[in-house]
Write a new protein. Structure first.
Length: 407
């Protein structure tokens, strides 16, 4: 790829495509940047996503306006709760944010539009335009068609998880991140729940394939699945229903198995991979959106740094982000595998003590020192939890102030 970068096409209007486009345009308003998205504006799959301060910090460094907009639209959740049948529950510390995917995409779309990105919804990528572009950003998701067309060159590897999951919503508003486990005659099943704004929460329901088959989910429609899950989790949802389709979604959520995508290289010819087309991390670590945004930040920075040498920019981006992703994917794999064996843990000694189970769940990605366990035990007491929460809230305020002072 030689010559001045005049034309960048981002295929896919998810977080990776929109963020790359808007950050590139902000750094270099002279660039001709387009986003091509096959769905209509506002029509997206999936419910809410969680994130932490680091996503806001990353966005803030490059575009404070978008960071502020995401923060003000997000819900803050404090602490985590682990629930077992029979009203047994335990607490974990920490805090995070969450936002409905549709709301996040709306913010990114509006910002990209303000900055002059050529936004084309309900459009498929045109092969002739892609061939003529200086840079094509394949931000077309985990099933990326652009990547699959050159699978051997990218060295794509896809590993499918053992469990089944479905991405649902509910009008029950959780104030903490909630893991709720239930035992059915067919085996264990659980959800990862968190508030996602506008009076709804997100519930990602997960179970081993044996449970899924035993409960007959393979033969049920999405509406029938949600109704049965609503009955199973009634105690945790205060009897409120589970919903299979956010407003404006092109189709109801369907049961799936997680696909872990890795690539030996993220660049081939004039194409670079970004976001889920390059890498996926299991949903239990809540990192995919943040990692997609970090790809965008790096790609925009490399493109600005190397000017018209697009090949050098792509290669620098590839080296930096692949190295950063490797440990993240290993850690996410540990988390996925913990949930794949959760039934054994739940039926073992840790399943008898919800506090120990909560600790095992929290420490699933690696070894932690003994003092962490003591801190966890202390967190079960209301007074200590309040103290811990005030310390966390000071830390959060400091980070918010730091972001505000940066510009
Ligand atoms: C159940 C579940 C829960 C999750 N929870 C979290 C979480 O809590 N926190 C978090 O950070 N991440 C979470 N994620 C991951 C996160 O959703 C993804 O990592 C993120 O959406 C990746 O962004 P992306 O832009 O790469 O891909 P996507 O968001 O998948 O966007 C790709 C876009 O490309 C479009 N497209 C595809 N092909 C074409 C084409 N040929 N032409 C035009 N357009 C095309 C698609 O329509 C889509 O809009 C979760 C994922 C799942 C499955």
């Amino acid at each position: 790829m030689q010559g001045t970068v005049v034309k960048v096409v981002c295929v896919g209007g998810g977080p990776a495509g929109l963020c790359t486009a808007l950050l590139m345009k902000r750094r270099a308003p002279g660039l001709d940047v387009a986003v091509v998205e096959r769905n209509a504006a506002g029509a997206t799959h999936g419910w809410g996503v969680v994130f932490w301060d680091d996503l806001l910090d990353d966005l803030n460094a490059d575009d404070p306006a978008v960071s502020r907009a995401v923060r003000s639209a997000a819900c803050l959740w404090e602490g985590q709760q682990v629930r077992l049948p029979g009203n047994r529950s335990a607490h974990l510390g920490g805090y995070g944010y969450s936002i409905g995917r549709a709301r996040l995409l709306q913010i990114l779309t509006e910002r990209a539009d303000d900055l002059g990105v050529d936004l084309r919804f309900e459009s498929e990528a045109d092969p002739a335009e892609l061939a003529a572009a200086d840079l094509v950003v394949a931000a077309d998701g985990a099933g990326s068609g652009l990547r699959e067309a050159r699978r051997d060159t990218f060295g794509t590897s896809i590993r499918t998880g053992l469990n089944r999951y479905v991405w649902l919503g509910t009008p029950k508003v959780f104030d903490a991140f909630t893991f709720a486990f239930e035992k059915t005659p067919a085996g264990w099943i659980w959800f990862h729940g968190y508030p996602s704004g506008d009076g709804v929460s997100t519930c990602v329901v997960e179970c081993p394939t044996a449970t899924w088959e035993g409960l007959g989910f393979d033969g049920r429609t999405p509406a029938e699945s949600s109704a049965l899950l609503g009955e199973i989790f009634a105690d945790h949802l205060d009897g409120l229903p589970l919903l299979d389709r956010p407003e404006g979604a092109p189709a109801p959520s369907a049961w799936q198995r997680f696909r872990e995508v890795t690539n030996a290289t993220w660049t081939a010819g004039n194409v670079v991979l970004a976001g889920d087309s390059a890498h996926t991390t299991h949903f239990s670590v809540g990192a995919g959106t943040r990692l997609a945004v970090q790809d965008s930040v790096e790609l925009a920075a490399c493109t600005a740094r190397y000017g018209n040498d697009v090949a050098a920019a792509a290669s620098a981006y590839d080296a930096a982000r692949r190295a950063a992703l490797q440990p993240r994917q290993v850690s996410a794999r540990h988390s996925m595998e913990w949930f794949e064996q959760a039934g054994t843990v739940l039926d073992g000694p840790e399943g008898d003590d919800v506090v120990d189970l909560a600790y095992a769940l929290w420490a699933r990605r690696g070894g932690y020192p003994q003092w962490r366990y003591r801190l966890h035990r202390a967190t079960q007491h209301d007074g200590f939890r309040r103290l811990r929460s005030s310390v966390t809230s000071v830390r959060r305020t400091v980070r918010e102030r730091r972001r505000a002072q940066q510009h």
